[in-house]
Design a protein around this ligand. Structure first.
Ligand SMILES: [Zn+2]
Length: 57
């Protein structure tokens, strides 16, 4: 069986401002984690960018 399961990331963190997001299945989008800093001027650099590649392989 060569079928690969795609597992999307469940959380991410900005390497610039420290904002953390968690994935919301119902909203099908990212929600800011409670108490997380959120800089509206930050061009967020999510830490999953480099590692997560659903097409790898
Ligand atoms: Zn940021």
């Amino acid at each position: 069986m060569s079928k690969r399961t795609l597992i999307p990331p469940r959380e991410r963190e900005c390497e610039r401002c420290g904002r953390r997001d968690v994935w919301d299945d119902d909203a099908e989008g990212w929600l800011i984690e409670e108490g997380s800093p959120a800089d509206p001027y930050c061009i967020h650099e999510w830490d999953i960018n480099g590692r997560y590649n659903p097409f790898d392989g």
